[in-house]
Design a protein around this ligand. Structure first.
Ligand SMILES: *[C@@H]1O[C@H](CO)[C@@H](O)[C@H](O)[C@H]1NC(C)=O
Ligand SMILES: *[C@@H]1O[C@H](CO)[C@@H](O)[C@H](O)[C@H]1NC(C)=O
Length: 402
């Protein structure tokens, strides 16, 4: 479909080959200068935002940020499953039409899904064994190069069992938990899916999730908001003009943080403690301006680095990984939220995710004039499109298409 492998790699080269601008999406060290080039605004997007001058390898070296060998340097990313987190005790699924049954019956997906892998990391997962395993892999797949004390102090705050699951199945007497995951794709403009979206038990949103003036198309309910600190802050800048002036807040809303960088652990700790950010890239930020005055440990969930590693290895092992830009690559925020829902809910519908005919639609549903979807080196949107299409065809989830 769409662009060929050649076109994708060409794009990578185009991106990296420019006037020594290096894409730094998740590298997490202070940017020496703010982006000024004319390329900056077009790159000021939810997923791919930081530009810093300098050479790629030089930059990577200086920050000791080369990705772990299982994720790049030409070595194929394999998934053995032998070195992974021990499952947290699962709540039983009573739903007789759970997608898990569809998965088990499917020859391809039955081999890919591993429902026992913990989706979320919480305090009890932080053991010496986990540290030893995860310190070998770079974020978002682990903690390579991150200070022990910083990780430990953050994870110790996620010490309640509420942090180990997205929701309590006890609240669903009929057994089936229905989730909608709402991406921000232009396909939703004029879709009038709002009522249907809000009718789900849980609604996941992410990054620049504009609601005002688009209620008919995207609904109003938000149960989970997924982000990295980088995508969150960049969404506030890039989509402000479309009305995304605040991170969604409400009493029942839970935040799902993707640990893509040290920044995420540092922000999470400050948010839970109710203090300003004490160190690093976001030093001086007041988390309550993002998450509201009542942010506490109960409001936050942290995706498990092992889970992100498993998802990437099993579902989104892009060719980009084997290029020299492999260290920039990770699944998109939307992909991580949708796969999170597929591993926790019984029925999943995806709205605003990339489809075969994405060229017909604007990048986001809230743009006033059509803007084409542009591909960047840090994600593989065409691979994601293929995955959504085949999950839909296999009857494992419903992908909104038109
Ligand atoms: C959990 O963390 C809180 C800080 O948020 C702390 O006050 C409490 O003592 C911790 N509880 C346990 C059981 O470690
Ligand atoms: C979204 O839909 C509205 C109403 O149909 C239309 O006026 C607008 O141009 C559309 N936006 C884009 C970016 O296509």
């Amino acid at each position: 479909m769409g662009a060929s492998r050649g076109a994708r790699l060409c794009l990578l080269l185009l991106l990296a080959g420019g006037p020594l601008w290096v894409l730094r999406c998740r590298l997490g060290r202070p940017t020496p200068t703010a982006p000024k080039s004319r390329t900056a605004p077009s790159l000021l997007r939810q997923e791919m935002l930081q530009l810093v001058p300098g050479g790629l390898s030089q930059d990577a070296g200086r920050h000791g940020l080369s990705r772990d060998s299982s994720m790049n340097r030409g070595k194929p990313l394999t998934y053995s499953g032998s070195r992974e987190a021990k499952p947290t005790k699962d709540q039983p699924r009573l739903c007789s039409q759970s997608l898990t049954l569809k998965v088990k019956a499917d020859p391809r997906f039955g081999q890919l899904f591993r429902f026992h892998i913990p989706v979320l990391m919480w305090g009890q997962h932080f053991t010496p064994e986990t540290w030893d395993r995860l310190k070998e892999r770079s974020a978002p797949y682990g903690w390579h190069g991150l200070p022990y004390t910083a990780i430990a102090s953050t994870l110790h705050l996620l010490n309640n069992s509420v942090n180990s699951r997205l929701f309590d199945r006890a609240g669903f007497p009929e057994g089936c938990v229905r989730c909608a995951v709402v991406g921000n794709g232009g396909i939703l403009n004029g879709s009038r899916q709002g009522k249907e979206i809000d009718a789900h038990d849980f609604v996941f949103r992410l990054n620049g999730a504009v609601i005002k003036d688009f209620e008919d198309d995207v609904g109003t309910k938000t149960s989970f908001y997924g982000f990295t600190v980088n995508t969150m802050k960049n969404s506030l800048i890039a989509y402000r003009e479309y009305g995304f002036t605040q991170i969604p807040q409400s009493k029942d809303l839970r935040y799902i943080l993707i640990p893509s960088d040290m920044r995420d652990y540092v922000m999470l700790k400050s948010a839970i403690l109710g203090s300003s950010v004490q160190e690093g890239y976001d030093k001086g930020d007041e988390p309550r301006t993002y998450f509201g005055p009542e942010a506490s440990a109960r409001k936050f969930r942290l995706l498990h680095p092992d889970f992100i590693h498993y998802l990437t290895a099993q579902f989104l092992r892009s060719e980009i990984i084997n290029t020299q830009y492999g260290y920039l690559y990770m699944p998109s925020t939307g992909a991580l939220m949708l796969l999170t829902a597929l591993h926790t809910c019984d029925q999943v519908s995806a709205y605003g995710f990339i489809t075969d005919n994405y060229r017909k639609f604007s990048d986001h549903y809230y743009e006033r004039e059509k803007k084409p979807l542009v591909f960047y080196a840090n994600h593989d949107m065409l691979l994601e499109a293929k995955l959504w299409k085949s999950l839909h065809r296999a009857g494992i989830m419903k992908l909104y298409q038109r």
